[in-house]
Design a protein around this ligand. Structure first.
Ligand SMILES: [Zn+2]
Length: 100
């Protein structure tokens, strides 16, 4: 499984996996190698909360919730896994260019 942790500017590993998993679309991080401002795209956030939304939706529709805690636990894991492997790091520099 390839985790997308590469900086869009310098192509080196920009941050540890745990930091990326906790990065929200409205947060800006600095690449630890080139110090460029980077973040995660909004569509990535939508993608990662999708499993959670589906589980809650099915819970509401079926009104039968014995599996709901299990479903939520799986969705919670999927949330972090999708953040790490499916969502790329993108530039948060105003012009998309390197600072240095
Ligand atoms: Zn970098």
């Amino acid at each position: 499984m390839h985790m997308q942790l590469d900086c869009p500017h310098c192509a080196h590993r920009a941050m540890p996996a745990a930091i990326k998993a906790l990065t929200s679309p409205w947060q800006v991080r600095e690449c630890r190698r080139c110090a460029c401002r980077i973040g995660v795209p909004w569509w990535g956030h939508v993608l990662t909360v999708l499993p959670m939304m589906l589980v809650l939706l099915f819970g509401l529709v079926t009104q039968d919730g014995w599996w709901l805690p299990i479903g939520l636990a799986i969705a919670f894991v999927a949330y972090f896994m999708l953040r790490l492997v499916a969502v790329p790091l993108v530039s948060r520099e105003p012009d998309g260019q390197r600072r240095f």
